[in-house]
Design a protein. Structure first.
Length: 577
């Protein structure tokens, strides 16, 4: 009995131990499961956060990280990638009169002594002005940009008040080249005047400033144009000059120059008048360069069908109390080719009178001569456009470039239209995609354009534009010498001399405009002030310099076919053979 009781007790104790062990194991398993579940939950949250950052915030963070490595302002480059504007860190010289405390002792050494030592480093500074500036105790810049070696020399002076803050400098590697295209960056970091202003948001946006802004300008062509315009300005003692090279098929501006220019690296020293852009912002009466436009309009309208028809050219035309006359006698009569070759106002006025004001005005409107030029620059002049219906006298004078004032850029676009097959396209400073045709609108028939290429070539070959005749480049164009208007009428002593050209005329690629503002008769121009003697030679020198750069090589075996004009102009038959 007793043994049975003991055995039962032992069995009961063993069962209890088994139960305890099972409960302990179960609890351990549950704890492990909870720990695993906790880690799994944390992992899910972490993965979700990573996915969120990658999908929604990753781009922003990547941009922010990239922005820290980029300059404060993006680059501007020409069509070939040559840098025109860049940003880099630079030193400035700052005067901090409180560097030694507020006890009224800004400098360890005297103001005069420090001024003299600074002038040894910067000879263009004035000792007296600098000493007075230091003695005033007023903080500020003593010089906005200094070289690192200059900063070291200033540091050696041992003046704590002379500090060298690091700033971002906008640098123009080409100096004054294309300054009117680029503009400059003001002290507030904002773009001013040119493409710096147009591209301001793009150049400062962290998302886009890693890629440079690409212009249509070619620095090689730009340099040649500026060089020859400057030479022409000096040779003729002109007060200013303007020029443009324009692609006739795309409207791309390959070069644009306004002289005198300014250096955007030294904008604090640039005079305000030099910042003014003569190509896009100043309007001029461009004189006889309008005559081919009038002839093209008349051919297109069908009022000129026979180029051999003769118009009287011996008598001035009296109308509205005025007389339309030529600068010198051109004979009893002239036909259309002769009128352009010799540049007759009298014959042009008769052609325009037959065409009529409505049709001539429609042509000018189609060429956008009644509104600001179509280009990205902020400075764009509004033409002086005769309002309302054009009277007979307005029609006649506009026909030879008087009574209407436009920019040289308007003229360049008009000539491109005349020679490219008759399609007008807006000018642009943005490099075009060669795989995408540029849209335009038809102004002249293709046949009219072909005829104008012949006539413009004749003007350079045997007419007033001879000095623009670059051998092998088949240049065509027209001179224009217009008196500038003033108080009480036109000023006979002040001219605007212009030559509007295109080349090569058997397959036009580029328009070139050269304009001189108030040229004088000098030894270099044989005492003459007209475009034939000053603006035309500029084009004659520019074309051979830029032709090969633009893929146009000289070829004296080719020219425009003028065989159907043989017999209309004396001596033309031999050239047509």
């Amino acid at each position: 009995m007793t043994s049975i009781t003991v055995s039962t007790a032992i069995s009961s104790g063993r069962g209890e131990l088994v139960n305890v062990r099972q409960r302990t194991l179960l609890m351990a398993k549950w704890r492990i499961l909870w720990v695993v579940a906790g880690f799994f939950f944390i992992a899910v949250i972490a993965l979700a956060r990573i996915a969120w950052l990658g999908l929604f915030e990753g781009e922003t963070r990547r941009v922010d990280g990239l922005a820290a490595l980029l300059p404060a302002r993006g680059d501007i480059v020409d069509r070939n990638g040559v840098p025109l504007a860049r940003a880099f860190p630079a030193y400035a010289l700052w005067y901090n009169p409180t560097a030694l405390g507020d006890d009224g002792t800004p400098l360890i050494h005297g103001s005069r002594q420090i001024a003299e030592q600074l002038v040894r480093i910067f000879p263009d500074m004035n000792v007296d002005e600098l000493a007075a500036r230091l003695a005033s105790g007023k903080p500020g810049y003593l010089r906005r940009r200094i070289l690192p070696e200059d900063a070291n020399r200033i540091h050696a002076l041992g003046e704590p008040a002379l500090e060298f803050p690091r700033e971002v400098e906008r640098y123009y590697p080409q100096g004054s080249m294309a300054a009117h295209v680029l503009g400059f960056v003001g002290a507030d970091g904002k773009g001013r005047v040119g493409m710096e202003q147009i591209f301001d948001r793009q150049l400062t946006d962290p998302a886009t400033r890693g890629a440079p802004a690409v212009l249509s300008i070619d620095t090689r062509v730009q340099g040649a144009l500026e060089d020859e315009l400057h030479r022409g300005m000096v040779d003729s003692a002109a007060k200013g000059a303007a020029g443009i090279v324009l692609d006739v098929d795309t409207g791309e501006v390959v070069a644009l120059a306004s002289l005198p220019s300014f250096n955007p690296n030294l904008i604090d020293h640039a005079s305000t008048p030099n910042i003014f852009n003569r190509v896009t912002n100043q309007v001029y009466e461009l004189g006889s360069t309008f005559k081919p436009i009038t002839v093209a309009s008349a051919i297109d309208a069908g009022t000129v069908t026979n180029l051999g028809r003769r118009y009287q050219s011996a008598r001035p035309i009296a109308i509205g109390g005025f007389q339309i006359r030529d600068s010198h006698a051109l004979g009893a009569s002239l036909n259309i080719p002769e009128m352009l070759i010799h540049s007759s106002n009298i014959v042009t006025a008769q052609v325009a009178d037959e065409l009529g004001g409505a049709r001539l005005q429609a042509t000018m409107r189609a060429l956008d001569m009644n509104q600001r030029p179509g280009i990205e620059l902020p400075a764009r002049g509004f033409p002086l456009w005769p309002a309302g219906e054009w009277s007979r006298i307005t029609t006649m004078t506009v026909a030879y470039g008087h009574g209407i004032a436009v920019t040289p850029l308007h003229l360049a676009s008009a000539y491109a239209t005349m020679v490219n097959g008759g399609v007008w396209r807006p000018a642009t400073l943005m490099k075009a995609d060669p795989n995408k045709p540029v849209a335009g609108r038809r102004v002249f028939k293709a046949s009219t354009s072909a005829r104008m290429r012949q006539l413009l070539r004749l003007i350079v070959d045997i007419g007033t534009g001879k000095k623009a005749n670059a051998p092998g480049y088949r240049v065509g164009g027209k001179t224009g010498s217009a008196e500038k208007p003033g108080a009480g009428g036109y000023r006979r002593t002040s001219l605007v001399a212009t030559f509007a050209a295109a080349f090569p005329m058997d397959r036009p690629r580029y328009v070139v405009i050269a304009m001189l503002d108030e040229p004088q008769g000098t030894v270099a121009t044989s005492g003459q002030r007209t475009a034939a003697w000053n603006a035309a030679p500029v084009v004659g020198r520019v074309v051979p310099r830029i032709g090969p750069l633009l893929g146009v090589m000289p070829d004296e075996t080719r020219d425009v076919d003028i065989s159907d004009l043989a017999g209309l102009v004396p001596g033309l038959s031999d050239k047509a053979e």
